[in-house]
Design a protein around this ligand. Structure first.
Ligand code: SF4
Length: 373
């Protein structure tokens, strides 16, 4: 099978996978091919691909000048998996999944409908249908005219729940006999989201690698170590409480004092605590004091927020929910005007506490004011 541009743009496609498998039927043969002296360029391109992911640059499509170009993605996955194994962390896999998924989304935006439909059905195993030409769609009710495709709801649900926006909730979608109408851009998002999930969920058992690939792996290990702060969860200790922003400190205190905390307040607290690396047992100890505490429900909610990787709400959202005591003018902290997110507050205050800095006059010199109270 001759390698085509589609193979290279869409590594999850059935064609790309079988073209790669034809050259390297398993991890062992992939490593042997990469170790051949004439294939140094494959490792270099794979390294560039991983580096682009780390630096959030564009993941480029390999030159289509040789059949083995289809192995560049496989080599990049191999390098990433070895780094994750050595660092005992899936951080780089997540970074790669995000970058590869973004690249696919971009390619899809200028792709022919025939190719998009084939990728959905043959490679992702989804059932999708075109809703017709724009002239045909003009006969549909106004609310349905902008949807170029429909997808089976079970395929929609494979990916949509991992998106946060309300437009992805099935309850907010039109549903007709099990089909969900989607716009072209939404279908692309679902496809690239599925690719991202495939990478995040895959784990390759990587054996010992030859020196040439090990060197590449080591470069990424030290790159990841130097960027550890960006990808590794923060560490929670007993002192962390002293760095809580006023909003979280208030919610934390209310919980301990057995006061009723709103549903959103609990969500904000749980998402914040998870973000700063607090363990589930510590969280359960805090939530246990609530008058309506139900262990199984609290445990489920924490797992759900963690599983979906929900981000803690930003300051603006906390203010809308009347959970920002600085905005309500009941408390003041000089750092709050200079942040837009409670986690940003926490990171700065933790750093100050670790250095013993109590003079906060540097905010005005070094930081831009974002909020006025
Ligand atoms: S300004 Fe932001 S960090 Fe400060 S208390 Fe309000 S919500 Fe929390």
């Amino acid at each position: 099978m001759a390698v085509s541009l589609e193979h290279l743009k869409y590594p999850f496609s059935v064609e790309a996978r079988s073209a790669a498998q034809k050259l390297a039927r398993d991890v062992g043969s992939l490593i042997s091919i990469l170790n051949e002296s004439g294939n140094n360029d494959l490792i270099e391109e794979a390294e560039e691909r991983v580096y682009a992911a780390i630096t959030q640059s564009e993941v480029k499509v390999p030159e289509i000048d040789r059949e083995s170009a289809v192995l560049v993605y496989q080599a990049a996955r191999l390098i990433v998996e070895k780094v994750c194994l050595n660092l005992n962390s899936p951080g780089l896999r997540r970074i790669q999944a995000e970058a590869e998924s973004k690249a696919v989304n971009k390619h899809l935006s200028s792709e022919r409908g025939r190719v998009v439909r084939a990728l959905c059905t043959d490679s992702l195993g989804w059932s999708i249908e075109s809703t017709g030409t724009s002239i045909e769609r003009s006969r549909l009710p106004l609310s349905l005219r902008s949807f170029e495709y429909r997808i089976r709801f079970e395929d929609f649900l494979e990916v949509a729940p991992s998106f946060r926006s309300m437009q992805w909730k099935l309850i907010n979608r039109h549903l007709d006999a099990g089909w969900v109408p989607v716009r072209k851009s939404e279908l692309h998002r679902l496809m690239s989201g599925k690719f991202k999930n495939l990478i995040v969920q895959s784990e390759i058992r990587v054996p010992t690698l030859p020196m040439r690939i090990t060197e590449a792996v080591q470069r990424f290990e030290s790159e990841m170590e130097s960027r550890r702060k960006e990808w590794e969860p923060m560490e929670y200790t007993a002192e962390s409480v002293t760095s809580f922003p006023p909003c979280i400190a208030q919610l934390h205190q209310d919980s301990i004092n057995q006061k009723n905390v709103s549903h959103f307040g609990r969500f904000a607290m749980a998402a914040f605590f998870l973000k700063i690396g607090m363990g589930k047992d510590d969280m359960m100890r805090i939530f246990r004091a609530a008058p309506d505490f139900v262990r199984s429900l609290a445990s489920y909610q924490i797992d759900h927020i963690k599983g979906k990787e929900y981000e803690p709400p930003k300051c603006e959202t906390m203010q809308k929910h009347t959970l920002c005591p600085v905005y309500l003018r009941t408390v003041f902290d000089p750092l709050c005007p200079y942040v837009v997110h409670p986690v940003q507050f926490y990171e700065t205050r933790s750093w100050e506490n670790s250095k013993g800095i109590t003079d906060h006059s540097w905010y005005a010199r070094k930081r831009r004011k974002h909020q006025r109270f």
